[in-house]
Every structure is written in structure tokens, then in C-alpha cells.
Design a protein around this ligand. Structure first.
Ligand code: C2E
Ligand code: MG
Ligand code: MG
Length: 504
């Protein structure tokens, strides 16, 4: 809900109100003139009538104007102040120490597409109440964007209060929202800016810069603005530019993380993960540069390059080892991809079923028909698909029916949580996968305890630091060679091989 007009109501409405107010004032002036000029009783009655009509008209115009102002400064869904009101409040206190907490709902677009507008509105309302009750110290809470809420704190304690409020907002969302009897986990990312708002240093703008920095660092965090962040914005611009030539300059490479059998810990396949070694800044995480590649569309050529490199590597592994590559939403618009993939498979002499595409739930929801057409073409080649980060993207289970996945990758979030509820979710997902004849891959298996939880739940495959971090191409070969030297042992008894050189 962005405010674009500084006056309230349409310009025509303003003109009418000004005209009516002028008529009212004219009537009142006429009344006064009448009394002064004639002074008779009959003329006085006329004057009183004129004056009364003028006053009533003026009061009506004033009430109407106030009502329009209220509508223009209130968010229609939450009935809380909107962006316009928030900015007005901030302007009114210029000169006083202030702090803004900007709360952004994670993947709101996906929630909207998956659950429908009505349910998404209910999510916003429930969130609004959560945020409000987590931040009683805020002077004003407003909905400043479709999925953004802002809190304003004032006074010498503003910054401390804003921090406390931000942390309380985050922790209040650890408990799922309840909507029509359903429980829904919704995440938020928070930017915070404190200081004195001036036209040159707008606190709202700074809070937004901090929010973008928090998002780039992985969602679900609080970042406070500091001057260096402006440089971060410029840095992103530079990275975006540099990424254009990164492939040609040989700055990108793949690392390969083993996906293992949780019982005997032997490698069944590898997930290819992209790495960028920047000439000036060193290693940059894909969580940071893949979104940049998506924004610029560069993910299309980069994605093709990833498939080519992954297959080139897979050719060096035994024929029963699969390779999984990640696929971004933007790549689903690359109508040439199936041809490129088909040609590459043929050239490297690789069975198509050894190549898997990892797709997140969000990708399917946001693209739907277009996405499914492309995926079906890849499926017709014989490639396989896994649903990545399962459990975080609000996908409808109908996708599992509509599209032939062969694996579900349970997001590491559930293993990190470790609560009884998380374990129950893992068990339920494993049961579901079993019924649908899908294999389960647990992501983020870091401890022996994690491994056992998944095994007990019925999951067969896992990936995580317990087995190996992402490996260089050579280290992946060494791992396989070492395994092949060891005879296969009964499930669960093979000792963990010593860690090998790490490629990430
Ligand atoms: P993802 O596909 O979910 O990949 C798994 C991520 O979890 C990897 O992070 C991996 O290093 C990390 N991981 C694996 N085991 C553990 C563990 O035990 N504990 C923890 N804490 N983390 C673990 P990475 O390599 O930083 O990649 C992040 C994301 O970037 C990937 O998430 C994927 O979404 C994206 N990505 C990576 N390579 C590509 C690519 O070639 N194309 C596209 N489109 N996205 C990619
Ligand atoms: Mg993946
Ligand atoms: Mg994943």
C-alpha cells in the first residue's frame, strides 16, 4: 500500500470541498453584511438563516475532510496506520531520537499463491496482532507495504526498545500462527535503524537497507543499519556487474556434497553446489550471489553451465552414482534447457536417470503451468526430480501428485529444531513419502542423533556435515575410491570414513 498523493482524496473531490467551503464562507459573510447594512428584525432573521446554513456547510466539509484523511492514512485490511501515516508521524517528531523496526514477511508471495488471497489476508491480520502485542513500547505500528510492518519508537531509549521489540517479534513467531484451526509457521526478517530522522538520512530508508542486508544474509534475522551498509548496497551492484563475466573468467566452480545411505553411510550420489571465487573478495556464498544471478537473468547461462560441469564430473564417477543440480525459478523460462541437457547427456554418455534436478516448492508455486511444461520435457528425457527444502515453501501436497518427483528433501530446519513436534513432522513426511513411493533425503544431518532420528522415522538417505561437507571434484573421487575399497557392511555399522580435503 504505497501512498502516492500528498493531498487526501481525488483532486476533483478537493476542488468540490474548496468550492463548498467558499460558498459557506460567502453565506456567512453575506449574513454579517446584511445585519450591518440593514439592521431590521426581518433582515436579521434572514442573516441568521444564511449564517446557520454557512456554518452547517462548513462543519460538513470539515467532517468529510477528516473522514477522507482517516481513510487515506488507514490500512484497509488491518485498520492500522498505513505508510502515509507512518511517514507523517516520523516527520512530526523530526529532531527527536527515534528507532524504526521494519518487519518483512518471508515468502509472502508464495503464501499468497499457495493459500489464496483470503487466507493470506488472514495471515497478515494474525501477524499484525502478533507484532503489535510483541511491541507494546512502540509509539505507532503501521503496515507500510503489502507484507511489511513498521514500528516507531521515540525518545532517548528508542534504540534499546526497538531491539527488544525486534527480538520479541522474532521469538513470538516461533509459535505457529493459528488460522481456522490450522497451524502455520510464518517467518519474518527484520531491519532496524536508529538515530534522528532527517531529509538527508531517512530512517525508514536506512531500515530498508538493513532489511535488504538481513535478507541477503539468510532470512529470519535482525540486522541493524550502519553506514557500511550503504557500501553493501554498492557492493551488491558491483557483484552484480562482476558476475556477468565470472563464468568466462573461470571464477565459478562446483563442489559436490555426498548424499549417503543413512544405514551404511555409503555414497549414493552427490549434490552439485555452486561456488564463486571473486578476484577481490574471495569466496562468496551462493545464498548471496544466486539471488543476484536470478535478478539479472544470468542464472539461465549459469544454470546451463552448472549442468554441463556436473555431467562432466559425473562421467568420472561409477555409473550407479547420481548427480543432483539445483534449479532456479528463472531457469524454468529457459525453453532451450531440455535441448541443452539432452545434448550434454548424450555427449558425456550419461544415463539420463543419473541426473536429478532439485526444485524448491516455491519455484513450482510461482510458475505453475509454464514450469510444469518445461519439467515434463526434462522428465521425458529420463531425468529425475527432487523436491528441495520440503516443508518450508507452503506447497500444496497436490504437487506431489501432479508432478512425478522421485525424492523429497526434508529441509534442515526440522533437524535443527529437534523438538518433539519437529521429529513428528519428519516421521509423518517419511510415511507420506513411503506411500507415494518417493525416497527421502534428510538435509543438514550434522550429528549421530540426527542420523538416528531420520533412520527411525523411515528415511533412507541423508546429506550433511556428519558425512562430509561439499567436496572438491578430486575429493569426491577419492571418497568414492576409498569406499569402493571397503566391502559393503551391514546397515549402521560402517565407521565414518575420515574427513577428506574440503572443497567449499
Ligand atoms: P540447498 O540446495 O538446500 O543446498 C544445501 C545447502 O545446505 C548447501 O549450502 C550445503 O552446503 C548446506 N549444508 C549441507 N549439509 C549441511 C549441514 O549439515 N549443516 C548445515 N548447516 N548446512 C549444510 P550452500 O552450498 O551454501 O548452498 C545454499 C543454497 O544455494 C542451496 O541450498 C541452493 O538453494 C543454492 N544453490 C547452490 N548451488 C546452486 C546452483 O548451482 N544453482 C542454483 N539455482 N542454486 C544453487
Ligand atoms: Mg539443493
Ligand atoms: Mg535444500
Amino acid at each position: 500500500m504505497k501512498a502516492t498523493s500528498k493531498t487526501f482524496g481525488p483532486p476533483d473531490g478537493n476542488r468540490i470541498r474548496i468550492a463548498l467551503a467558499s460558498v459557506a464562507l460567502l453565506l456567512m459573510a453575506l449574513a454579517v453584511l446584511n445585519v450591518v447594512a440593514f439592521g431590521s428584525i426581518s433582515q436579521s432573521l434572514l442573516a441568521a438563516t444564511l449564517f446557520g446554513c454557512g456554518a452547517i456547510l462548513l462543519a460538513t466539509v470539515a467532517r468529510h475532510t477528516r473522514e477522507l484523511e482517516r481513510i487515506a492514512t488507514t490500512d484497509a485490511l488491518t485498520l492500522r496506520p498505513n505508510r502515509l501515516a507512518f511517514i507523517a508521524a516520523l516527520r512530526n517528531v523530526r529532531g527527536e531520537p527515534s528507532a524504526i523496526v521494519l518487519v518483512d514477511v518471508t515468502h509472502f508471495k508464495t503464501i499468497n499463491n499457495a493459500l489464496g488471497h483470503e487466507a493470506a489476508d488472514a495471515v497478515l491480520l494474525a501477524l499484525c496482532e502478533r507484532i503489535e502485542s510483541a511491541a507494546p513500547s512502540a509509539r505507532i505500528m503501521a503496515r507500510v507495504g503489502g507484507d511489511e510492518f513498521a514500528l516507531l519508537h521515540l525518545g532517548p531509549q528508542a534504540e534499546e526498545q526497538a531491539w527488544v521489540a525486534a527480538q520479541r517479534v522474532l521469538s513470538s513467531l516461533a509459535e505457529p500462527l493459528r488460522l481456522a484451526g490450522e497451524r502455520l509457521r510464518v517467518g519474518v526478517t527484520i531491519g532496524l535503524a536508529a538515530g534522528v530522522d532527517t531529509p538527508e538520512a531517512s530512517l525508514l530508508k536506512n531500515a530498508d537497507i538493513a532489511l535488504q542486508a538481513a535478507k541477503a544474509n539468510g532470512r529470519g534475522q535482525i540486522h541493524a543499519f550502519h553506514d557500511g551498509m550503504r557500501t553493501t548496497g554498492r557492493l551488491r551492484e558491483r557483484l552484480r556487474e562482476d558476475l556477468r563475466d565470472a563464468v568466462e573468467r573461470g571464477e565459478l566452480h562446483l563442489v559436490f556434497q555426498p548424499i549417503v545411505d543413512l544405514g551404511d553411510r555409503r555414497t549414493r550420489g552427490f549434490e552439485a553446489l555452486l561456488r564463486w571465487t571473486h578476484p577481490a573478495f574471495g569466496s562468496i556464498s551462493p545464498a548471496e550471489f544466486v539471488p543476484l544471478a536470478e535478478e539479472t537473468g544470468l542464472i539461465v547461462p549459469i544454470g546451463r553451465w552448472v549442468v554441463e560441469q556436473a555431467l562432466r564430473q559425473a562421467r568420472l564417477w561409477p555409473d550407479d552414482i547420481f548427480v543432483a543440480v539445483n534449479m532456479s525459478a528463472r531457469q524454468l523460462g529457459d525453453v532451450m534447457l531440455p535441448d541443452v541437457v539432452g545434448e550434454s547427456l548424450l555427449r558425456h554418455g550419461i544415463r539420463p536417470s543419473r541426473l536429478e534436478f532439485e526444485i524448491t516448492e516455491g519455484v513450482l508455486i510461482e510458475n505453475d503451468a509454464e514450469a510444469l511444461t518445461l519439467l515434463h520435457r526434462l522428465r521425458d528425457l529420463g531425468c529425475r526430480f527432487s523436491l528441495d527444502d520440503f516443508g518450508t515453501g507452503y506447497a500444496s501436497l497436490s504437487y506431489l501428485r501432479r508432478f512425478p518427483f522421485s525424492k523429497l528433501k526434508i529441509d534442515q530446519f526440522f533437524l535443527r529444531g529437534g523438538s518433539d513436534e519437529d521429529v513428528a513432522i519428519i516421521r509423518t513426511v517419511c510415511e507420506l513419502a513411503d506411500r507415494l513411493a518417493l525416497e527421502i533425503v534428510a538435509e543438514g544431518v550434522e550429528t549421530e542423533e540426527n542420523r538416528k532420528v531420520v533412520l527411525m522415522a523411515g528415511g533412507r538417505l541423508g546429506q550433511g556435515y556428519l558425512f562430509d561437507r561439499p567436496l572438491s571434484a578430486d575429493a569426491s573421487l577419492e571418497r568414492l575410491a576409498r569406499e569402493r575399497q571397503q566391502p559393503e557392511r551391514p546397515a549402521g555399522r560402517t565407521p565414518e570414513p575420515p574427513p577428506v580435503a574440503q572443497g567449499s
